[in-house]
Write a protein that binds this ligand. Structure first.
Ligand code: B4P
Length: 196
């Protein structure tokens, strides 16, 4: 079932491993291009903070570095998109899809993606960044144990998503080992080329 109006604005999926710079680059895209940034991780952490019954289960899953159930993420994204679509120039869907089925369901039920922005970074660099963030983030999943599991989840489950969209010619790959501004220069080129 389609949700009215959602397919009238462009949707960009943002994928990359944990600590690949998704959230960081999305902030920069918002500043320059005025998109609406929806991070699946942020939506889930807000749900946890609300102390709902649904939230309690989520913390445990995120602490294990696993993926939360598809319907939970999709519902949160859908609610957030519907409440903002009237005033939005486009949506950055950050941290989603993390498994093939998430992409299929989103594109069928909400809106097709214009392209997929994908960040390529080594496990070493991602680990270093996340351990750096751990000192101030207070996040249950920014610790060595969980970071290892998040990397494994990414390689096992999310990598096939990138391959799937590569076959459709939709992936815009960004080499993201460099500093945040250097990476944004690449991102910026992609957005200009896409006519955004
Ligand atoms: P997320 O919240 O998406 O967490 P993340 O992968 O760490 O990305 P984030 O955007 O926060 O970090 P960034 O790389 O920008 O997911 C957390 C958990 O939620 C998942 O493990 C899962 O359990 C659940 N979840 C989320 N989405 C889901 C979905 N769709 N389905 C199921 N479950 C889902 O930044 C990291 C650090 O690196 C920062 O400190 C930043 O300052 C630094 N950094 C960034 N870019 C840098 C650069 N270029 N140079 C140096 N440092 C940089």
């Amino acid at each position: 079932k389609k949700s009215g109006g959602l397919s009238s604005v462009p949707v960009v999926f943002v994928i990359g491993g944990p600590g690949s710079g998704k959230g960081t680059q999305c902030e920069k895209i918002v500043k320059k291009y005025g998109f609406t940034h929806l991070s699946s991780g942020d939506l889930l952490r807000a749900e946890v903070a609300s102390k709902s019954a649904r939230g309690q289960k989520l913390t445990e899953i995120m602490e294990r570095g696993e993926l939360v159930p598809l319907d939970t993420v999709l519902d949160l994204l859908k609610e957030a998109m519907l409440s903002r679509v009237e005033t939005s120039r486009g949506f950055l869907i950050d941290g989603y899809p993390r498994e093939l089925e998430q992409g299929m369901r989103f594109e069928k039920e909400l809106s097709p993606a214009k392209f997929v922005l994908s960040f390529n970074v080594s496990d070493d660099t991602m680990t270093k960044r996340l351990l750096g963030r751990a000192q101030t983030s207070g996040r249950v999943d920014d610790n060595e144990e969980t970071i290892k599991k998040r990397l494994k989840t990414f390689h096992d489950i999310t990598s096939p998503v990138i391959e799937h969209y590569q076959k459709q010619g939709k992936v815009r790959m960004v080499e993201a080992e460099g500093g945040a501004d250097e990476v944004f220069a690449e991102v910026d080129k992609i957005f200009s080329r896409e006519g955004i």
